[in-house]
Design a protein around this ligand. Structure first.
Ligand SMILES: [Mg+2]
Length: 122
């Protein structure tokens, strides 16, 4: 299982990739939506994408729009959001995200969410 983390915070990238590796997942990171679109366009495949909302170059909703337009929306996307941006959730789900997870989260919550998304997709 390979997971792509899309977040402009290198701290979040490190934290989440550490959790994923401990949970037994393979993972890669992209620092914004633009880099992530390029990775998908190059043919890289991921079982799941963890997506931040606020990022330079191309933000979370922009990323969702672009992968849909380019037919690169093959992986389930989990939006990582904060409590004060609940209004973002409906927008993200409307743009094709499968689920959302509230930052900050524990490894247990992350694992539960990943398994739930995989089960729903199966
Ligand atoms: Mg951010």
């Amino acid at each position: 299982m390979k997971i792509l983390i899309v977040d402009d915070s290198s701290l979040i990238q490190k934290m989440v990739s550490g959790m994923l590796v401990d949970l037994g997942y393979e993972c890669e990171s992209a620092e914004n939506g633009r880099v992530a679109v390029d990775m998908l366009a190059e043919g890289n495949l991921y079982d799941l994408i963890l997506l931040d909302w606020n990022m330079p170059e191309l933000n979370g909703p922009g990323f969702l729009d672009e992968i849909k337009a380019k037919g690169l929306n093959k992986s389930p996307v989990v939006m990582m959001t904060t409590e004060n941006s609940m209004d973002h959730i409906q927008t993200a789900l409307g743009k094709g995200a499968s689920e959302y997870i509230m930052k900050p989260f524990t490894p247990d919550i992350l694992d539960e969410k990943i398994k739930y998304v995989f089960e729903s997709a199966a």
